[in-house]
Design a protein around this ligand. Structure first.
Ligand SMILES: Nc1ncnc2c1ncn2[C@@H]1O[C@H](COP(=O)(O)OP(=O)(O)O)[C@@H](O)[C@H]1O
Ligand SMILES: [Mg+2]
Length: 316
C-alpha cells in the first residue's frame, strides 16, 4: 500500500504539524506501508485524457498512490493545494479527506448551514453585513455575542464581545478599516465558557475524546492557545452528534468540537485537518496507525470488489 501525504512545511521543523507528519512516517514504516510526503507546489496539474494513471511531480510522471492524506489547510496554501487534491481525486485516488468537505468545512457559515439543515444542534449564527444592524443582532442572538472570522483556525479569529456598547465600537472600527472582511456572529454558549470537547472520528468511528480547558479563565479552549487537555468519557448522545456531524459533512478524519450546554451538547465546529499531538498525550490512542488501518480495510474491500466484478463479467 502506498500513501502520499500533502504537506507544505519542512517536515523537520518544530511545529506540531511537522511532528505529526513524522509520526505518520514512523508508523507507516513499522506497518510496511510506503509513505511519501509531497508539497503541493511539487505538482504540475495537466488536465488531459492521456496518461490518467500518472501525475507530474517535480516535472516527472509518477504512478498514482492508493491513498492521499492531505495535511495542508487550503486557507494556508491557497487554491493550488485544493486543485492538487481535486486532480488526484479525479484520477481515482481515494482521499482522507476529500476536497468537497475540506472546502465546506473551512467556511464556518457553510458548516453551520449544512449542520442545521440536517437537524444537528448548533448555536444560532448570523453572517455579518456592514453597516451592522445592532438591533437585529440583539433580537436574534443577544449579548454577549461571539464574533468569528469566517475562515479562522486555532482560535485566532474568535472574540467574545460582552456588551452591546463594546460590540458597537468593534463594528464601527471594522466597518471603517475593513468592511470587506467576512465575519459571523454567534450565540454565546455560556455553560461552555473556557471548555469544549474535541472528538476524533476516523471513518465512522469515535477513536478518542478529550476535554480542553482554556488557560487563566479565558473563553477559548483551543490547545494551540495554551489550553490544557484531559481524556473525557463521552456519553452516547455526544458520540452520536459527533458521528452524525462527520457523516453529513462527509469527513473521514474529523475533529469535531462540541460545546457544553445546560441540556447536553451543541456543535462548535468541524475540522478536516485535526491535530493529534495533544490527543495522543491525553488518551491512549495511536492516530496514524488507526488511519492507516482504515485505509488497509478499504483497500482490501476495493480489491475484493474488483475480483467480484471480474468474476461477474466472466460468468456473463
Ligand atoms: N458560541 C460559542 N460559545 C462559547 N464558546 C465558544 C463559542 N464559539 C467558540 N467558542 C470557544 O472558542 C474556541 C474557538 O472557536 P472555534 O469556532 O472553534 O474557532 P477556531 O476554528 O479558530 O478553533 C472554541 O474552542 C470554544 O472554546
Ligand atoms: Mg476550533
Amino acid at each position: 500500500m502506498e500513501v502520499w501525504i500533502l504537506f507544505y512545511e519542512d517536515i523537520d521543523s518544530s511545529t506540531n504539524e511537522a511532528f505529526e507528519i513524522r509520526r505518520f512516517l514512523a508508523e507507516g514504516k513499522e506497518m510496511g506501508i510506503t509513505v511519501k510526503v509531497f508539497s503541493p507546489e511539487q505538482f504540475d496539474l495537466l488536465v488531459t485524457d492521456k496518461d490518467r494513471d500518472m501525475i507530474l511531480i517535480d516535472g516527472e510522471a509518477q504512478s498514482l498512490p492508493d491513498f492521499l492524506l492531505p495535511r495542508t489547510p487550503p486557507i494556508e496554501t491557497g487554491y493550488f493545494s485544493l486543485a492538487v487534491i481535486r486532480q488526484l481525486e479525479r484520477l481515482g485516488v481515494e482521499t482522507y479527506n476529500g476536497s468537497v468537505c475540506i472546502e465546506a468545512v473551512s467556511d464556518k457559515m457553510h458548516t453551520h448551514q449544512i449542520l442545521c439543515e440536517q437537524g444537528l444542534p448548533t448555536p444560532t449564527t448570523m453572517l455579518a453585513k456592514f453597516p451592522v444592524d445592532i438591533a437585529l443582532v440583539e433580537k436574534h442572538i443577544g449579548f454577549p455575542v461571539v464574533v468569528k472570522t469566517l475562515l479562522g483556525v486555532n482560535g485566532t479569529g474568535v472574540f467574545l464581545v460582552e456588551t452591546e456598547d463594546a460590540f458597537n465600537d468593534l463594528m464601527n472600527l471594522v466597518g471603517e478599516t475593513n468592511p470587506d472582511i467576512q465575519l459571523i456572529f454567534q450565540k454565546y454558549v455560556a455553560a461552555s465558557r473556557g471548555r469544549d470537547l474535541r472528538v476524533f472520528v476516523v471513518d465512522g468511528n469515535v477513536i478518542a475524546c478529550m476535554e480542553r480547558r482554556a488557560k487563566d479563565g479565558g473563553f477559548k479552549a483551543n490547545y494551540s492557545q495554551g489550553g490544557s487537555i484531559l481524556e473525557f468519557d463521552l456519553n452516547e448522545e455526544a458520540k452520536q452528534i459527533a458521528l452524525k456531524t462527520a457523516d453529513v459533512l462527509d469527513i473521514r478524519v474529523a475533529g469535531i468540537d462540541l460545546l457544553f450546554t445546560d441540556k447536553g451538547f451543541t456543535i462548535c465546529e468541524a475540522n478536516t485537518f485535526p491535530g493529534f499531538k495533544g490527543l495522543e498525550q491525553a488518551c491512549d490512542v495511536n492516530i496514524p496507525r488507526t488511519i492507516f488501518n482504515s485505509m488497509k480495510d478499504r483497500l482490501t474491500e476495493r480489491q475484493s470488489d474488483k475480483k467480484l466484478s471480474s468474476v461477474n463479467i466472466i460468468n456473463k
